[in-house]
Design a protein. Structure first.
Length: 147
């Protein structure tokens, strides 16, 4: 299975906590490649894709953060109108529940990357592969980020 390791960091919902988190990452020279932040009443969750998952988890835990690694799918798509709708429509028609999603760009022209957290990773992978949608695993992401 081609999946990406995303780090979810639980944050207190107060001014400055995201700045503190990104400061810790900066202090340890951790390159954050993608980020999504969601909030609830009393806490937030920062979901990040980084250049070095093991090192980042070690740094965050040593700094007192509650965090975990979550397996997500990352797909490559054309950076043009309708690309996202096509993928989401396909997953919906196949009965695959989307828990959350976010996207990011790299230096690759005309290409965007979509991070998907779905209830059934294996089924989603099968559906996406059958539709000839390129899945990008953790190792391939490292190569993409290196360009």
């Amino acid at each position: 299975m081609d999946y990406t390791q995303q780090i979810s960091v639980f944050l207190e919902n107060r001014p400055g906590t995201l700045a503190e988190l990104t400061g810790v990452l900066c202090e340890h020279n951790i390159d954050m490649r993608a980020m999504c932040v969601a909030d609830a009443m009393d806490f937030g969750i920062a979901r990040i894709i980084v250049d070095d998952v093991f090192n980042t988890m070690t740094v965050l835990k040593d700094a007192g953060y509650v965090c975990q690694i979550t397996k997500v799918l990352t797909v490559e798509m054309q950076d043009e109108p309708g690309s996202l709708a096509k993928i989401l429509d396909m997953l919906g028609r196949e009965g695959i529940n989307l828990e959350y999603t976010y996207a990011f760009l790299t230096r690759r022209k005309d290409t965007a990357y979509l991070v998907l957290k779905v209830a059934d990773l294996e089924k989603a992978e099968k559906v996406l592969r059958a539709a000839k949608i390129k899945l990008v695993g953790q190792e391939a992401l490292q190569e993409i980020f290196g360009d």
